[in-house]
Design a protein around this ligand. Structure first.
Ligand code: NAD
Ligand code: WQD
Length: 342
Protein backbone atom coordinates (compact mmCIF):
# COMPACT_ATOMS: atom_id res chain seq x y z
CA UNK A 1 0.00 0.00 0.00
CA UNK A 2 1.08 3.61 -0.47
CA UNK A 3 3.68 5.11 1.81
CA UNK A 4 2.58 8.39 3.36
CA UNK A 5 5.06 10.77 5.00
CA UNK A 6 3.60 12.17 8.21
CA UNK A 7 5.64 15.17 9.34
CA UNK A 8 5.02 15.92 13.01
CA UNK A 9 3.79 12.33 13.33
CA UNK A 10 4.67 11.97 17.01
CA UNK A 11 2.63 15.09 17.83
CA UNK A 12 -0.99 15.27 18.97
CA UNK A 13 -2.89 15.16 15.67
CA UNK A 14 -0.08 13.42 13.78
CA UNK A 15 0.02 10.40 16.11
CA UNK A 16 -3.73 9.83 15.74
CA UNK A 17 -3.40 10.18 11.97
CA UNK A 18 -0.58 7.60 11.86
CA UNK A 19 -2.99 5.15 13.54
CA UNK A 20 -5.84 5.90 11.11
CA UNK A 21 -3.55 5.67 8.07
CA UNK A 22 -2.38 2.24 9.23
CA UNK A 23 -5.99 1.15 9.88
CA UNK A 24 -6.85 2.20 6.32
CA UNK A 25 -4.06 0.12 4.79
CA UNK A 26 -1.44 2.86 4.29
CA UNK A 27 2.17 2.69 5.49
CA UNK A 28 2.89 5.85 7.49
CA UNK A 29 6.49 7.09 7.72
CA UNK A 30 7.11 9.67 10.45
CA UNK A 31 9.52 12.60 10.38
CA UNK A 32 9.65 14.62 13.60
CA UNK A 33 12.39 16.56 15.39
CA UNK A 34 10.68 15.94 18.77
CA UNK A 35 10.65 19.69 19.47
CA UNK A 36 7.11 19.36 20.82
CA UNK A 37 6.59 15.63 21.25
CA UNK A 38 8.04 12.61 22.99
CA UNK A 39 9.73 9.57 21.46
CA UNK A 40 7.66 7.35 23.79
CA UNK A 41 4.66 8.12 21.58
CA UNK A 42 6.16 5.65 19.08
CA UNK A 43 5.79 2.85 21.68
CA UNK A 44 2.23 3.96 22.31
CA UNK A 45 1.37 3.89 18.60
CA UNK A 46 2.95 0.43 18.38
CA UNK A 47 0.74 -0.77 21.25
CA UNK A 48 -2.33 0.36 19.30
CA UNK A 49 -1.51 -0.85 15.78
CA UNK A 50 0.82 -3.75 16.55
CA UNK A 51 3.72 -2.47 14.42
CA UNK A 52 6.33 0.19 15.05
CA UNK A 53 6.03 2.92 12.44
CA UNK A 54 9.17 3.93 10.56
CA UNK A 55 10.58 7.01 12.29
CA UNK A 56 13.19 9.59 11.23
CA UNK A 57 14.29 12.26 13.68
CA UNK A 58 15.40 15.46 12.01
CA UNK A 59 14.45 19.09 11.57
CA UNK A 60 12.61 19.84 8.32
CA UNK A 61 14.17 23.31 8.42
CA UNK A 62 17.41 21.54 7.50
CA UNK A 63 17.27 21.77 3.72
CA UNK A 64 20.05 19.25 2.97
CA UNK A 65 18.63 16.61 5.33
CA UNK A 66 15.12 17.07 3.93
CA UNK A 67 16.43 16.62 0.36
CA UNK A 68 18.43 13.53 1.31
CA UNK A 69 15.40 12.01 3.04
CA UNK A 70 13.24 12.57 -0.05
CA UNK A 71 15.90 11.10 -2.36
CA UNK A 72 16.29 8.04 -0.13
CA UNK A 73 12.52 7.44 0.06
CA UNK A 74 11.32 7.54 -3.55
CA UNK A 75 8.27 5.34 -2.81
CA UNK A 76 6.48 8.02 -0.75
CA UNK A 77 3.35 9.06 -2.67
CA UNK A 78 1.74 11.44 -0.21
CA UNK A 79 2.62 13.85 2.57
CA UNK A 80 0.57 15.01 5.51
CA UNK A 81 2.41 18.05 6.81
CA UNK A 82 1.65 18.63 10.50
CA UNK A 83 5.11 19.77 11.59
CA UNK A 84 4.90 23.38 12.76
CA UNK A 85 5.05 25.50 15.89
CA UNK A 86 1.51 26.13 17.10
CA UNK A 87 1.32 28.21 20.29
CA UNK A 88 -0.57 31.41 19.48
CA UNK A 89 0.71 33.39 22.49
CA UNK A 90 4.33 32.36 21.98
CA UNK A 91 4.09 33.41 18.33
CA UNK A 92 3.31 36.98 19.42
CA UNK A 93 6.43 37.03 21.61
CA UNK A 94 8.66 35.18 19.14
CA UNK A 95 7.33 35.81 15.63
CA UNK A 96 10.65 34.94 13.99
CA UNK A 97 10.60 31.45 15.53
CA UNK A 98 7.19 30.91 13.91
CA UNK A 99 8.05 32.37 10.51
CA UNK A 100 11.30 30.40 10.48
CA UNK A 101 9.93 27.03 11.52
CA UNK A 102 6.57 27.06 9.76
CA UNK A 103 7.84 28.44 6.44
CA UNK A 104 11.27 26.82 6.09
CA UNK A 105 9.88 23.36 6.85
CA UNK A 106 7.10 23.83 4.27
CA UNK A 107 9.34 25.28 1.58
CA UNK A 108 12.09 22.70 2.06
CA UNK A 109 9.56 19.91 1.69
CA UNK A 110 7.98 21.41 -1.43
CA UNK A 111 11.42 22.09 -2.93
CA UNK A 112 12.60 18.56 -2.29
CA UNK A 113 9.61 17.27 -4.32
CA UNK A 114 10.12 19.54 -7.34
CA UNK A 115 9.41 17.53 -10.48
CA UNK A 116 8.02 14.48 -8.60
CA UNK A 117 4.27 13.81 -8.48
CA UNK A 118 3.16 14.24 -4.86
CA UNK A 119 -0.09 14.45 -2.92
CA UNK A 120 0.17 17.05 -0.16
CA UNK A 121 -2.22 17.62 2.74
CA UNK A 122 -1.59 20.69 4.87
CA UNK A 123 -2.71 21.47 8.45
CA UNK A 124 -4.49 24.77 8.31
CA UNK A 125 -6.84 26.29 10.82
CA UNK A 126 -10.19 28.01 11.21
CA UNK A 127 -8.10 30.86 12.60
CA UNK A 128 -7.91 32.12 8.97
CA UNK A 129 -11.58 33.21 9.24
CA UNK A 130 -11.00 35.46 12.26
CA UNK A 131 -14.43 36.53 13.59
CA UNK A 132 -16.68 35.35 10.74
CA UNK A 133 -19.38 37.65 9.36
CA UNK A 134 -21.83 34.76 8.93
CA UNK A 135 -22.22 31.40 10.62
CA UNK A 136 -21.69 28.58 9.98
CA UNK A 137 -18.57 29.73 8.18
CA UNK A 138 -17.99 28.26 4.70
CA UNK A 139 -14.71 27.78 2.86
CA UNK A 140 -15.54 30.75 0.62
CA UNK A 141 -15.73 33.18 3.56
CA UNK A 142 -13.07 35.89 3.39
CA UNK A 143 -9.75 35.31 5.08
CA UNK A 144 -9.39 38.03 7.72
CA UNK A 145 -6.22 39.78 8.82
CA UNK A 146 -4.44 37.30 11.07
CA UNK A 147 -4.63 37.99 14.80
CA UNK A 148 -1.18 36.46 15.48
CA UNK A 149 2.04 35.52 13.66
CA UNK A 150 0.99 31.88 14.08
CA UNK A 151 -2.30 32.56 12.28
CA UNK A 152 -0.40 34.48 9.64
CA UNK A 153 1.83 31.46 8.94
CA UNK A 154 -1.31 29.41 8.16
CA UNK A 155 -2.75 32.08 5.83
CA UNK A 156 0.51 32.58 3.96
CA UNK A 157 1.15 28.83 3.79
CA UNK A 158 -2.24 28.40 2.10
CA UNK A 159 -1.24 31.06 -0.44
CA UNK A 160 2.14 29.38 -1.00
CA UNK A 161 0.43 26.05 -1.66
CA UNK A 162 -2.09 27.58 -4.06
CA UNK A 163 0.63 29.37 -6.04
CA UNK A 164 3.01 26.41 -6.07
CA UNK A 165 0.23 24.02 -7.16
CA UNK A 166 -0.73 26.41 -9.99
CA UNK A 167 2.83 26.99 -11.17
CA UNK A 168 4.13 23.41 -11.29
CA UNK A 169 2.29 20.34 -12.49
CA UNK A 170 3.38 17.86 -9.84
CA UNK A 171 1.79 19.05 -6.58
CA UNK A 172 -1.77 17.99 -5.73
CA UNK A 173 -2.65 19.86 -2.57
CA UNK A 174 -5.39 20.15 0.02
CA UNK A 175 -5.45 22.48 3.03
CA UNK A 176 -7.64 21.24 5.88
CA UNK A 177 -8.94 24.02 8.10
CA UNK A 178 -9.34 22.44 11.52
CA UNK A 179 -11.71 23.88 14.06
CA UNK A 180 -10.86 22.99 17.70
CA UNK A 181 -9.30 19.51 17.95
CA UNK A 182 -9.90 17.80 21.31
CA UNK A 183 -10.10 14.31 22.82
CA UNK A 184 -7.90 11.26 22.54
CA UNK A 185 -7.75 7.78 21.02
CA UNK A 186 -10.32 5.32 22.44
CA UNK A 187 -7.47 3.16 23.79
CA UNK A 188 -6.31 6.12 25.95
CA UNK A 189 -2.76 5.29 24.80
CA UNK A 190 -2.26 8.53 22.85
CA UNK A 191 -3.65 12.02 23.30
CA UNK A 192 -2.62 15.63 23.71
CA UNK A 193 0.66 16.14 25.63
CA UNK A 194 0.96 19.86 26.36
CA UNK A 195 4.37 21.12 27.49
CA UNK A 196 4.03 23.27 30.61
CA UNK A 197 0.81 25.13 31.37
CA UNK A 198 -1.79 24.27 28.72
CA UNK A 199 -3.07 27.19 26.64
CA UNK A 200 -6.02 25.29 25.20
CA UNK A 201 -9.30 24.64 26.98
CA UNK A 202 -9.53 20.85 27.08
CA UNK A 203 -6.11 20.01 28.55
CA UNK A 204 -6.66 22.78 31.09
CA UNK A 205 -10.00 21.22 32.07
CA UNK A 206 -8.59 17.69 32.44
CA UNK A 207 -5.47 18.88 34.32
CA UNK A 208 -7.69 20.82 36.72
CA UNK A 209 -9.97 17.84 37.28
CA UNK A 210 -7.01 15.55 38.02
CA UNK A 211 -5.53 18.08 40.46
CA UNK A 212 -2.53 19.36 38.45
CA UNK A 213 -4.11 22.84 38.26
CA UNK A 214 -6.07 24.53 40.98
CA UNK A 215 -8.88 25.94 38.88
CA UNK A 216 -9.95 26.80 35.38
CA UNK A 217 -10.71 30.40 34.49
CA UNK A 218 -13.44 30.82 31.90
CA UNK A 219 -12.21 33.68 29.75
CA UNK A 220 -15.19 36.00 29.72
CA UNK A 221 -18.80 35.55 30.75
CA UNK A 222 -20.21 38.73 29.22
CA UNK A 223 -20.04 38.01 25.50
CA UNK A 224 -23.07 38.34 23.27
CA UNK A 225 -23.80 34.60 23.35
CA UNK A 226 -26.64 32.71 25.07
CA UNK A 227 -24.63 32.05 28.26
CA UNK A 228 -22.03 34.81 27.86
CA UNK A 229 -19.05 32.52 27.09
CA UNK A 230 -17.34 32.01 23.71
CA UNK A 231 -18.52 29.38 21.24
CA UNK A 232 -16.31 26.93 19.31
CA UNK A 233 -16.69 23.92 17.01
CA UNK A 234 -14.87 21.18 18.93
CA UNK A 235 -13.82 18.24 16.77
CA UNK A 236 -12.72 14.81 18.05
CA UNK A 237 -9.08 14.20 17.12
CA UNK A 238 -9.90 10.71 15.78
CA UNK A 239 -12.49 12.17 13.39
CA UNK A 240 -9.93 14.80 12.43
CA UNK A 241 -7.33 12.09 11.77
CA UNK A 242 -9.82 10.30 9.50
CA UNK A 243 -10.33 13.51 7.52
CA UNK A 244 -6.65 13.30 6.54
CA UNK A 245 -7.08 9.78 5.24
CA UNK A 246 -10.09 11.00 3.24
CA UNK A 247 -8.00 13.88 1.83
CA UNK A 248 -5.22 11.51 0.74
CA UNK A 249 -7.83 9.25 -0.90
CA UNK A 250 -9.37 12.18 -2.76
CA UNK A 251 -5.95 13.27 -4.04
CA UNK A 252 -5.13 9.70 -5.14
CA UNK A 253 -8.42 9.50 -7.02
CA UNK A 254 -7.88 12.94 -8.56
CA UNK A 255 -9.63 15.97 -7.12
CA UNK A 256 -12.06 17.37 -9.71
CA UNK A 257 -11.67 20.80 -8.05
CA UNK A 258 -8.05 21.05 -9.19
CA UNK A 259 -4.57 21.06 -7.73
CA UNK A 260 -5.34 23.19 -4.68
CA UNK A 261 -8.42 22.86 -2.51
CA UNK A 262 -9.59 23.78 0.98
CA UNK A 263 -11.94 21.98 3.36
CA UNK A 264 -13.41 22.81 6.75
CA UNK A 265 -12.91 20.06 9.30
CA UNK A 266 -15.34 20.51 12.15
CA UNK A 267 -18.64 19.05 13.30
CA UNK A 268 -20.81 21.99 12.26
CA UNK A 269 -21.95 22.45 15.90
CA UNK A 270 -20.91 25.17 18.30
CA UNK A 271 -20.55 24.70 22.06
CA UNK A 272 -19.89 27.45 24.58
CA UNK A 273 -17.12 27.15 27.17
CA UNK A 274 -19.75 26.64 29.87
CA UNK A 275 -21.45 23.94 27.80
CA UNK A 276 -18.08 22.24 27.27
CA UNK A 277 -17.50 22.28 31.04
CA UNK A 278 -20.96 20.81 31.66
CA UNK A 279 -20.28 18.09 29.08
CA UNK A 280 -16.96 17.31 30.78
CA UNK A 281 -18.61 17.07 34.20
CA UNK A 282 -21.25 14.70 32.80
CA UNK A 283 -18.77 12.49 30.94
CA UNK A 284 -16.27 12.30 33.82
CA UNK A 285 -18.57 12.36 36.83
CA UNK A 286 -16.19 15.03 38.24
CA UNK A 287 -17.16 18.48 39.47
CA UNK A 288 -14.82 21.00 37.89
CA UNK A 289 -13.39 23.86 39.94
CA UNK A 290 -13.81 26.93 37.73
CA UNK A 291 -14.44 30.66 37.90
CA UNK A 292 -15.69 33.03 35.26
CA UNK A 293 -12.95 35.62 34.78
CA UNK A 294 -12.03 38.43 32.42
CA UNK A 295 -11.93 38.08 28.64
CA UNK A 296 -8.72 36.87 26.95
CA UNK A 297 -7.24 39.29 24.41
CA UNK A 298 -7.81 38.32 20.81
CA UNK A 299 -10.47 35.66 21.43
CA UNK A 300 -13.00 35.08 18.66
CA UNK A 301 -16.53 35.30 20.13
CA UNK A 302 -18.17 32.55 18.12
CA UNK A 303 -17.14 30.28 15.29
CA UNK A 304 -18.37 27.01 13.90
CA UNK A 305 -17.93 25.48 10.50
CA UNK A 306 -20.16 24.66 7.57
CA UNK A 307 -19.18 21.10 6.75
CA UNK A 308 -21.28 20.65 3.59
CA UNK A 309 -18.25 20.73 1.30
CA UNK A 310 -16.27 18.17 3.35
CA UNK A 311 -19.32 15.92 3.61
CA UNK A 312 -20.10 16.03 -0.10
CA UNK A 313 -16.69 16.35 -1.73
CA UNK A 314 -14.23 14.89 0.77
CA UNK A 315 -16.64 12.11 1.66
CA UNK A 316 -15.93 12.65 5.34
CA UNK A 317 -18.14 13.54 8.28
CA UNK A 318 -17.48 13.73 12.01
CA UNK A 319 -18.97 10.76 13.86
CA UNK A 320 -18.05 11.45 17.48
CA UNK A 321 -19.84 13.99 19.64
CA UNK A 322 -18.99 16.15 22.63
CA UNK A 323 -19.57 13.28 25.11
CA UNK A 324 -16.94 11.09 23.41
CA UNK A 325 -14.56 14.05 23.17
CA UNK A 326 -14.79 14.71 26.91
CA UNK A 327 -14.77 11.05 28.00
CA UNK A 328 -11.70 10.23 25.89
CA UNK A 329 -9.80 13.34 27.01
CA UNK A 330 -10.51 12.38 30.62
CA UNK A 331 -9.49 8.72 30.10
CA UNK A 332 -6.18 9.94 28.60
CA UNK A 333 -5.51 12.29 31.54
CA UNK A 334 -6.10 9.40 33.96
CA UNK A 335 -3.87 7.13 31.88
CA UNK A 336 -1.10 9.75 32.05
CA UNK A 337 -1.43 9.95 35.83
CA UNK A 338 -0.67 6.21 36.08
CA UNK A 339 1.78 6.14 33.15
CA UNK A 340 3.58 9.47 32.89
CA UNK A 341 5.16 10.26 29.52
CA UNK A 342 8.14 12.59 29.35
P1 NAD B 1 2.00 19.20 17.97
O1 NAD B 1 2.95 20.25 18.44
O2 NAD B 1 1.52 18.19 18.94
O3 NAD B 1 2.65 18.42 16.72
C1 NAD B 1 3.55 19.03 15.83
C2 NAD B 1 4.75 18.10 15.69
O4 NAD B 1 5.67 18.66 14.75
C3 NAD B 1 5.53 17.95 17.01
O5 NAD B 1 5.70 16.57 17.26
C4 NAD B 1 6.86 18.65 16.76
O6 NAD B 1 7.92 18.02 17.45
C5 NAD B 1 6.99 18.52 15.24
N1 NAD B 1 7.78 19.58 14.60
C6 NAD B 1 7.64 20.92 14.73
N2 NAD B 1 8.54 21.56 13.96
C7 NAD B 1 9.26 20.61 13.30
C8 NAD B 1 10.32 20.65 12.37
N3 NAD B 1 10.84 21.80 11.96
N4 NAD B 1 10.83 19.48 11.90
C9 NAD B 1 10.30 18.29 12.32
N5 NAD B 1 9.30 18.20 13.20
C10 NAD B 1 8.78 19.35 13.69
O7 NAD B 1 0.79 19.97 17.27
P2 NAD B 1 -0.63 19.42 16.81
O8 NAD B 1 -1.66 19.96 17.74
O9 NAD B 1 -0.59 17.96 16.55
O10 NAD B 1 -0.79 20.24 15.46
C11 NAD B 1 -0.39 19.68 14.22
C12 NAD B 1 -0.62 20.72 13.13
O11 NAD B 1 -1.98 21.12 13.11
C13 NAD B 1 0.19 22.01 13.28
O12 NAD B 1 0.58 22.44 11.99
C14 NAD B 1 -0.80 22.97 13.88
O13 NAD B 1 -0.50 24.30 13.56
C15 NAD B 1 -2.09 22.53 13.18
N6 NAD B 1 -3.30 22.89 13.93
C16 NAD B 1 -3.43 22.50 15.23
C17 NAD B 1 -4.58 22.85 15.93
C18 NAD B 1 -4.73 22.49 17.39
O14 NAD B 1 -5.54 23.11 18.07
N7 NAD B 1 -4.00 21.49 17.92
C19 NAD B 1 -5.61 23.56 15.29
C20 NAD B 1 -5.46 23.91 13.95
C21 NAD B 1 -4.28 23.56 13.27
C1 WQD C 1 -11.21 27.57 23.37
C2 WQD C 1 -12.20 28.39 24.20
C3 WQD C 1 -11.25 30.35 25.21
C4 WQD C 1 -8.60 28.24 28.00
C5 WQD C 1 -6.72 28.12 19.44
C6 WQD C 1 -5.99 28.83 18.33
C7 WQD C 1 -6.48 28.39 17.00
C8 WQD C 1 -6.43 26.87 16.88
C9 WQD C 1 -7.08 26.20 18.04
C10 WQD C 1 -4.37 26.22 15.88
C11 WQD C 1 -12.05 29.90 24.01
C12 WQD C 1 -11.71 29.36 26.26
C13 WQD C 1 -9.53 28.52 27.01
C14 WQD C 1 -8.92 28.57 29.34
C15 WQD C 1 -11.05 29.40 28.61
N1 WQD C 1 -5.08 26.39 16.90
N2 WQD C 1 -10.72 29.09 27.32
N3 WQD C 1 -10.13 29.14 29.59
O1 WQD C 1 -8.55 30.01 21.16
O2 WQD C 1 -10.41 28.68 20.05
O3 WQD C 1 -8.09 28.40 19.30
O4 WQD C 1 -6.55 26.71 19.26
O5 WQD C 1 -4.56 26.51 14.76
O6 WQD C 1 -5.67 28.99 16.05
O7 WQD C 1 -6.20 30.23 18.48
O8 WQD C 1 -8.74 27.50 21.48
O9 WQD C 1 -8.60 25.96 23.40
O10 WQD C 1 -7.45 28.21 23.56
O11 WQD C 1 -9.92 28.12 23.60
O12 WQD C 1 -12.14 29.91 28.90
O13 WQD C 1 -8.10 28.38 30.25
O14 WQD C 1 -11.94 28.15 25.58
O15 WQD C 1 -11.52 31.66 25.59
O16 WQD C 1 -13.32 30.45 24.03
P1 WQD C 1 -9.01 28.78 20.52
P2 WQD C 1 -8.59 27.40 23.06
Amino acid sequence: MSKILVTGGTGYIGSHTVVELHNSGYTPVIVDNLSNSNIQILNQIEKIIGVRPEFHQFDLCDEAQTKTFVQENPDITGIIHFAASKAVGESVEKPLKYYHNNFFSLINLLNAYQGKPINFVFSSSCTVYGEPDTLPVTESAPVKKAASPYGNTKQIAEEILEEVAAAYGNYNTIALRYFNPVGAHASALIGELPLGVPQNLLPFITQTAIGKREKLTVFGGDYDTPDGSCIRDYIHVVDLAKAHVAAIRLLEKGNPNGKYDVFNVGTGNGYSVLEAIAAFEKASGQKLNYVVGPRRDGDIIRVWGDVTKSTEQLGWKAELGIDEMMASAWAWERYLQENPIG
